[in-house]
Write a protein that binds this ligand. Sequence first.
Ligand code: NAP
Length: 268
Amino acid sequence: MEPNRFSGQVAVVTGGGSGMGAAIALRLAAEGATVVIAGRDSGKLEQTAGQAPEGSTIVARAADVRDEAAVAELIDGTVASYGRLDVLVNCAGVSDVGLFEDLAASTWHDIMAVNASAVFHTAKAAIPHLKRTRGNIVTIGSSNALRNNYGQAAYGAAKSAAESLSASIAIEHAAHGVRSNTVHPGFIFPTGMTGPIADLPGDVLDIYRSHIPMRRTGTPEEIAAVVAFLASSEASYVTGATVTVDGGLNQVMHLPPTATPRPLAPGA
Ligand code: NAP
């Protein structure tokens, strides 16, 4: 039985058609929120909406978060339809892998637009409504904002920008009762972004797992649990925070280990 921390509240989750966004939408709905999910692909959105727990409401709204006008329509339309806005979750994101020398300007701009500028658009539209409800924003960043990886220059820069913007929003709106926090997921599997890794030749997934102190990938539901806490009144004194949810990944020094970690005991 889920707690009912969002009873009577209204939430918007961008990227809610798949992966972590879908898990977050389902979690908030299970805890009583009316949830509007946004993305470009209506089919994916409808599929998530169709999984709404009995008695809850998840509504699909197609919107491209790169488009300022579409975002304003999404947020204002949500308030027009459901009367209020309590929680905004920025979860839409795209990634691309390629070394800096091969990084096209168009790829840079697109990754910045979806992962960083969209947070500006959604927050601009949402804050007047959130001031009325003393609501809050949770932005999904990435461990790439904390540690750089080869071939992910644009993605890391965009997630760092999103984290910084989230913290600036926090300090400027704290006195109005509006909170803003960031969650940095580590390697979360499977989602739309990471699912295809399972099809790569070799044991790529096992290699990823071997770099994570907990020796496993995270689940979308584990991210949703932390987002739901931050978005709830249980986190009433938490703002401007960044929470890593990564099985310890961001604390590892990526040089060859000076000692070999003990293998897990069978059944551990
Ligand atoms: P995902 O399933 O691909 O989710 C990303 C969502 O973003 C999709 O539902 C996609 O929907 C939406 N989106 C992309 N471009 C958009 C646009 N222009 N307008 C509106 N929506 C857009 O992958 P995920 O792994 O769950 O990613 C969720 C978030 O976590 C992202 O911000 C990602 O950067 C971040 N993250 C992921 C990992 C990981 O290991 N999976 C780790 C760290 C951070 P449409 O295609 O329908 O638009």
